[in-house]
Design a protein around this ligand. Structure first.
Ligand SMILES: CC(C)(COP(=O)(O)OP(=O)(O)OC[C@H]1O[C@@H](n2cnc3c(N)ncnc32)[C@H](O)[C@@H]1OP(=O)(O)O)[C@@H](O)C(=O)NCCC(=O)NCCS
Length: 196
């Protein structure tokens, strides 16, 4: 089991596990929170099966037990309250999944409980994940995707130094069939002056 713990001024990032079910289900079952999340978005009124969150958390635990995980899902814990306020991840990408000009690459993703939005927490956690991906995993490229309407998430990507590389990808939400537009942000390490 990998026990990677990362720390920022206000946050602890540690492996996400099935023990986190209550906190994670609370925001994964909140329409306003997941409405722009590709795999999670649902129609208002829909009751999200608990099984979905549970299965996801089991997958996270399994991955953390591997010598070389394919992805790293971190629980984000607010130091002052000790509450789990969200989770944030880096997923290894391979060249089958994208036309990576540089390999290896990671995709970043995040979700936070609405009660904790607007405090700079996602940016704080994401900067740590960026450092983890570049320095510990040794990746040379970071990418992130969002719905074009998801201005808060796009802003976090910009604050990490990622640049919008395209903004007109088609997106169709699997659970609702809703069609939207997707943006992709990316950072090649050679372009990131802070990392050179
Ligand atoms: C995206 C998300 C994680 C951001 O969390 P957060 O902790 O509130 O983010 P931060 O406080 O670190 O930063 C948010 C930035 O977006 C800005 N922002 C927030 N809402 C915005 C809006 N509607 N329009 C423009 N900018 C917005 C904030 O002002 C801040 O930028 P600033 O520091 O320059 O002022 C959170 O909104 C969330 O969990 N959303 C639902 C899940 C989701 O969509 N995940 C991403 C899928 S791609």
């Amino acid at each position: 089991m990998n026990t990677i713990i990362l720390e920022t001024e206000r946050l602890i990032l540690r492996p996400l596990s099935v023990n986190d079910f209550d906190a994670v289900y609370a925001y994964e079952s909140d329409y306003e929170t997941v409405k722009f999340m590709y795999a999670l978005s649902f129609k208002p009124g829909y009751v999200v099966p608990e099984e979905n969150t549970y299965t996801f958390l089991q997958e996270c635990e399994t991955e953390w037990q591997k010598d070389v995980p394919a992805f790293y899902e971190f629980a984000v814990v607010e130091k002052v309250s000790k509450k789990l306020i969200g989770h944030i991840a880096a997923y290894h990408l391979d060249t089958d999944q994208m036309e990576a000009s540089v390999y290896p690459a990671c995709e970043l993703g995040w979700i936070f409980n609405r009660a904790f939005w607007g405090k700079g927490y996602c940016t704080e956690a994401a900067l740590k994940i960026k450092q983890f991906a570049l320095e510990t995993l040794g990746v040379k490229k970071l990418v992130a995707h969002c719905d074009e309407r998801n201005l808060a998430s796009a802003r976090v990507m910009e604050k990490l130094g990622l640049k919008k590389v395209w903004g007109n990808g088609p997106r169709e939400y699997p659970l609702t069939g809703e069609k939207s537009t997707e943006a992709m942000y990316a950072l090649d390490i050679k372009d990131d002056k802070n990392e050179n």
